[in-house]
Each structure stands twice: as C-alpha cells, then as structure tokens.
Design a protein around this ligand. Structure first.
Ligand code: ADP
Ligand code: ZN
Length: 205
C-alpha cells in the first residue's frame, strides 16, 4: 500500500488509490525554495514504509555530490546520476514502487512520456525541478510535467533583498548560458519586485 504522502487532499488520494495506477507528483519552485528538501522528505517516508525507491538526477548537477541529491540545508539522499531519460529508464526495476527525480529541468523532453509510462505501470513518480530559468522563462520540460501531474506542490523561497515570498532565481554572475550550475555563489532568491530578468551584480552589502 502507498504511504501517507505530502498532499492534503484526502479525497483525491482516495480516488488515486482506488484505481490501482501510479501517479505523478511535481514539486516546482525557484532555487532555495525547498524542492530538494521536500523530495527527500517524501522519499525518506516511502523508505520507512519499506517501499522500493529509486532516485535519479541529471549528471550535469555536480553541485555537492555525484551520488546524492542534496538540499541547500544539508539533507541528503542517495541517487544515481544519469545523462539522459533513456539511461534512467534502462535502470528502473520492475518492482520499484517509487521513482524520485531531482533537477528535472536538466532532463530532455523524453522525460514527459517516460514518467507517464512509469505512472501507468503503477509507480509513484515524484519529480522536483526549477520551473523558471534565470530570466523568468518556463524551464522545459517542467511546464509539460506540471501539466500531466496528478499533484503539484509549488514551493517558495524568501527574497534575500526584502524578505517577501520569492518566486525567482536571480543570477548574480555574468553569464547568458541557460544552464549555469551553481548555488548561492551564482544565484539568490528574489521576489517579483526585486527580480531583474538578467544577471545582476552580486549582493555584497
Ligand atoms: P531547492 O531544491 O528548491 O533549491 P533546497 O531544498 O535545496 O531548495 O534548500 C532549501 C533550504 O535552503 C531552506 O530550508 C533554507 O535552509 C535554505 N535557504 C537558503 N537561502 C534561502 C532563501 N533565500 N529562502 C529560503 N530558504 C533558503
Ligand atoms: Zn524582494
């Protein structure tokens, strides 16, 4: 049986359990909003419930470790780095009940069909990812994943400028590459008012 997972809507949870399929949960938000923490929390609870869990992340994100997903607050969970959706799919065992995916914005567009397939095969798929790039544009394949998910959690950070709810990842180093891997050395959380949709000077004050 599935565990008591994060979303609160008991009615939807009951329905999804009844028909016996799997489903997709997406955790989306800006950097520092707690996506990895929330993903790790759900995966830990699934493991406590003795479910078979497999976790993947793109090989591109060598932020802290190549074999773990890590939150900015230091929580960790084992994961397997993969360079493509196909590589991930070839490693998923038939008897796996829960598939976790972090940094989904760095995956290819094949991820959309793949997670649908996993959910149809009865698996619970939990996906975390940045929903916008550093310019504020939707970060594919997150928009598509949000569309097909049964359950969506939007997480928010705190604006480092003013303390308001932050929905944006402000780049603080000069680079126009869409993918510029980093953490607080290259990005900070900003609200709608404080965000500027291009690289901004570092906050030194
Ligand atoms: P994400 O995966 O969304 O980047 P993480 O789960 O890795 O986020 O990290 C969330 C943690 O980051 C918070 O619990 C907090 O300890 C820390 N943190 C650092 N800066 C901020 C900020 N500006 N707003 C909120 N949390 C922050
Ligand atoms: Zn602000």
């Amino acid at each position: 049986m599935v565990e008591e997972f994060a979303f609160d809507n008991a009615e939807e949870r009951r329905k999804v359990r009844q028909n016996g399929t799997g489903w997709i949960e997406v955790i989306a938000g800006s950097m520092f909003s707690g996506k990895s923490e929330e993903l790790i929390r759900r995966l830990t609870r699934a493991r406590i419930a003795r479910q078979k869990v497999q976790v993947f992340k793109p090989g591109i994100d060598a932020r802290y470790s190549v074999e773990e997903i890590a939150s900015h607050s230091g929580q960790k969970h084992l994961s397997v780095p993969v360079s493509s959706t196909a590589q991930m799919m070839s490693q998923i065992d038939d008897d796996t009940q829960v598939v976790g995916i972090d940094e989904a914005q760095f995956f290819d567009m094949e991820l959309i069909a793949a997670v649908n397939h996993l959910a149809e095969a009865g698996k619970r798929v939990i996906i975390a990812g940045l929903d916008q790039d550093y310019t504020g544009k939707p970060f594919e394949p997150m928009p598509q994943l949000l569309s097909i998910a049964e359950f969506i959690t939007k997480t928010h950070a705190i604006c480092v400028k003013c303390g308001a709810t932050a929905n944006y990842s402000q780049r603080t180093v000069e680079s126009e590459a869409r993918v510029e891997v980093g953490a607080s050395d290259k990005y900070e959380a900003r609200c709608r008012r404080c965000f500027v949709p291009h690289a901004d000077a570092p906050t030194l004050n």
